[in-house]
Ligand binder design. Structure first.
Ligand code: DXP
Ligand SMILES: NCC(=O)COP(=O)(O)O
Length: 255
């Protein structure tokens, strides 16, 4: 156990509602409702809502982002996090809505799902003005990054406030003989990020089984954005019970 894991405040849960929209989009009936999903998750104690409006609008559409931005004005404590590639459609949403946080993700237009972080310093020049623009609009910038301690100084140099650790490699190693070695890479990256003054988020394929181990070992995680597994759980348990279950997992990681 890394003692630094307990140094900061408890990790916030931001529910990614992409998959609610994905199901909704298979009919023209407006159900299940993305807004009602967000409301139920917040009522159950989630601290934020995340969306990833992809250029092909396969799940979250521009109108969902507009509706959520308006809805969240009545939830001043809730964080709105919009993810996407700032060289595609993302900056339009940032300019229009000025969410609390934007997460830059280097996905291609037809990416199946996010599967890697930015490469620095190669991506630095095109990211720099976009980071600056978002920050000038009052939006915190987080860069989606693979676990690589050596890259953290370059992120700090670019001026982003946070990174989001891409956690799929941890999720797929969870419960295998690779788990501890993979986790050590995330811990080392988090320590390097904290050392250069970066904040820390995490996401991708986190779930009720693997989340606690991650939070107990990786120091300083401020926000976990969870979508696919949480919405799948909600189909079986309901939103409120599911969000409470995840919040219990987070609480026990700090007990
Ligand atoms: C950025 C990230 O980690 C992703 O998990 C993403 O938001 C999920 O996208 P899909 O829901 O389209 O797979
Ligand atoms: N940033 C990660 C996210 O929002 C949700 O990822 P997943 O839980 O759907 O894999």
């Amino acid at each position: 156990m890394n003692p630094l894991a307990h140094a900061g405040a408890r990790c916030a849960l931001s529910v990614n509602v992409n998959k609610v929209a994905l199901l909704r989009n298979t009919r023209h009936l407006g159900i299940p409702s993305v807004l009602r999903a967000a409301e139920q998750c917040l009522l159950a104690g989630a601290q934020g809502i995340t969306v990833h409006p992809r250029p092909d609008a396969r799940h979250i559409r521009a109108s969902d982002v507009d509706d959520l931005a308006a809805f969240l004005k009545d939830w001043p404590q809730a964080e709105f996090n919009i993810e996407g590639n700032p060289t595609q459609n993302l900056m339009d949403f940032v300019r229009r809505h000025r969410p609390h946080q934007v997460t830059f993700v280097p996905d291609s237009e037809d990416q199946f799902t996010s599967d890697h972080g930015w490469t620095l310093p190669q991506d630095a020049e095109r990211l720099k003005p976009l980071i600056q623009e978002a920050q000038d609009l009052g939006v915190r910038v987080s860069l989606f990054m693979d676990p690589n301690p050596a890259a953290m100084a370059a992120v700090a140099e670019l001026g982003a406030e946070r990174i989001e650790l891409y956690t799929e490699t941890f999720a797929s190693a969870f419960g295998t003989e690779r788990q501890d070695a993979v986790l050590a890479g995330f811990t080392a990256t988090a320590e390097a990020a904290l050392k250069v003054g970066l904040g820390l988020n995490a996401g991708h394929d986190l779930n009720r089984d693997n989340l606690s181990l991650f939070l107990r070992h990786v120091p300083g995680v401020q926000e976990a954005s969870i979508g696919h597994a949480l919405i799948a759980d909600a189909l079986e348990l309901g939103y409120a019970e599911t969000v409470r279950a995840y919040l219990r997992v987070i609480a026990t990681a700090y007990a």
